[in-house]
Design a protein around this ligand. Structure first.
Ligand code: NI
Length: 222
C-alpha cells in the first residue's frame, strides 16, 4: 500500500513537472533582461610619449553596471543564437604606478555587442536550463574625454574599437509559464589602444581590458 501511494506520488510529481516545464524548442525567442556588470581584468602596457616608452606608466579601469538585454533565437531545440546588448557603459580611467598621482583622469563610454552560439544540454522535463556559449564581441568606444584637470594638458583621446572572442555560461530556472530567472557570466577578450595629444606631442598606450561580465535578471520565452 505504501509503495503504491509512493509510486502514485512520484508519477503525479513527474506529470506535474513535465507539464509545467517547457524547454526551449526550435523557433523560440528568449528575451533576457537584468543588471549587467562589466568588471575589467586590466593589463596595461606603458605609456609612450612621442614614441618613447615611459617607465612604470600604466592605467587602471573601474567596474560599471548597466541594464543588459539579450535576445536568443533557437535554431534547434538545443542550439540558440544570442545577441547581447546593453545601455552604454561609462568607465573611469585612472593612473597606476608612476601615473598614480593623476588619479581619475579620463572617462570613456562603450557598447559591447556580442553574438554567440549557445548550447542547451537539458531536455524538456527540466525546469533548470543551463547553457554555454561561444561568440564574438565587438566593443565600440565613444565619448572619450579627459577629466579632473587632465583636460587642460591633454586632448583628442581616442580608443580603438575591439573585436575578440567571448565565452559564456548561464542558466534559466523556470518559475512560471514562459518566465524564468536568469543568471549568466561572460569572459570577453577586449583589447584597445588609446591615443591622445599633449605637451610631448603624440601619446599611445595599449590596454587589455578582458572583462568578466555578470548579468542577473529574468527571461521571457515567446
Ligand atoms: Ni585580451
Amino acid at each position: 500500500m505504501k509503495i503504491k501511494s509512493l509510486s502514485l506520488a512520484i508519477i503525479s510529481a513527474t506529470a506535474l513537472l513535465s507539464g509545467a516545464a517547457q524547454a526551449y524548442e526550435t523557433g523560440d525567442i528568449i528575451v533576457r533582461g537584468g543588471l549587467a556588470s562589466v568588471n575589467p581584468d586590466v593589463d596595461s602596457g606603458n605609456l609612450y610619449a612621442a614614441g618613447v616608452e615611459q617607465a612604470d606608466s600604466k592605467v587602471d579601469v573601474n567596474n560599471e553596471t548597466q541594464l543588459g538585454l539579450s535576445l536568443t533565437y533557437m535554431i534547434q531545440d538545443n542550439i540558440g543564437i544570442e545577441l547581447l546588448a546593453a545601455t552604454p557603459f561609462s568607465h573611469k580611467l585612472q593612473g597606476k604606478g608612476g601615473l598614480s598621482a593623476l588619479g581619475e583622469f579620463a572617462e570613456v563610454k562603450h557598447l559591447p555587442p556580442t553574438l554567440s552560439v549557445q548550447y542547451y544540454p537539458m531536455d524538456n522535463s527540466s525546469l533548470f536550463q543551463p547553457y554555454v556559449g561561444l561568440g564574438l564581441n565587438y566593443t565600440i568606444f565613444f565619448s572619450e574625454k579627459f577629466i579632473n584637470g587632465a583636460d587642460s594638458t591633454f586632448n583628442s583621446l581616442e580608443l580603438d574599437d575591439s573585436l575578440g572572442l567571448a565565452a559564456q555560461v548561464g542558466f534559466d530556472y523556470q518559475v512560471a509559464d514562459n518566465w524564468s530567472l536568469n543568471a549568466a557570466v561572460w569572459y570577453m577578450d577586449i583589447d584597445t589602444t588609446g591615443t591622445f595629444k599633449g605637451p610631448a606631442g603624440d601619446y599611445k598606450i595599449d590596454v587589455s581590458l578582458d572583462p568578466w561580465v555578470y548579468m542577473a535578471g529574468v527571461a521571457y520565452r515567446f
